[in-house]
Design a protein around this ligand. Structure first.
Ligand SMILES: N[C@@H](CCC(=O)N[C@@H](CS)C(=O)NCC(=O)O)C(=O)O
Length: 206
């Protein structure tokens, strides 16, 4: 029997949660390896040998090592769960747009705002909040007539965007003005196999 996929993670990392969530929703057998970011384990030689970027998430699937959350989602979908990545070129392109949003507007918006409140990151709170609300407004409009982001079904687009939007209140980003986004989050949370990211103590804004 081959070894299960190893997912190197950190419980409070939304980037890592994307991957863990996908593995759970798609029922992909895996083992979790928690990397203690707080203790600097990700900058030790042993971990840098796996991911020279010194970041989670990274996965090992036999001899294949993939870092970057969105790259991992694409790999896992292609290899083990193709139903989460539409084959139609226009739909696949739509998925890619949301992966780019996850690595751009979401990373510099709700994810960055949460880095300030959780980890005292030296970032400009006002611009992170502005970025966050711009991204949420875009999602809210997109979800006006849709249950899912792409192709009327749950895809890796939803999974890539989910974690930092669900935990936006931890960064003082209220979701109050975004009812479509809140319904979409609730849909995600009702999916069989759904696995939440642990809430942090700073979830102050509803
Ligand atoms: N582009 C990367 C970003 C990953 C990332 O920012 N990981 C953070 C945790 S959320 C990390 O490992 N930070 C430690 C560091 O950069 O030193 C991805 O999508 O996986």
């Amino acid at each position: 029997m081959s070894n299960p996929i190893s997912i190197y993670s950190f419980p409070l990392s939304g980037h890592a949660h994307r991957v863990v969530l996908f593995a759970a929703l798609a029922n992909i057998t895996h083992e979790l390896v928690n990397v203690d970011l707080a203790a600097g384990e990700h900058k030790q030689a042993e971990f840098l040998a796996i991911n020279p970027d010194g970041q989670v998430p990274v996965i090992k699937d036999g001899d294949t090592v993939i870092s970057d959350s969105n790259a991992i989602l694409v790999y896992l979908a292609r290899q083990y769960a193709p139903e989460f990545l539409p084959q139609h070129p226009a739909e696949e392109a739509q998925v890619q747009k949301f992966l780019t949003m996850a690595a751009g507007e979401i990373a510099y918006g709700p994810a960055a705002a949460r880095l300030i409140t959780l980890f005292s990151a030296p970032l400009d709170a006002a611009s992170c909040l502005a970025n966050a609300h711009k991204a949420l407004t875009k999602l809210e409009t997109h979800l006006n007539d849709k249950q899912w982001l792409v192709a009327n079904k749950l895809t890796i687009a939803d999974i890539a965007i989910y974690s930092y939007v669900a935990h936006a209140p931890e960064g003082n980003v209220s979701l109050h003005e975004y009812p479509n986004v809140r319904s979409w989050l609730a849909n995600m949370q009702q999916q069989p196999g759904f696995l939440p990211m642990p809430a942090s103590a700073v979830g102050l804004v509803a």
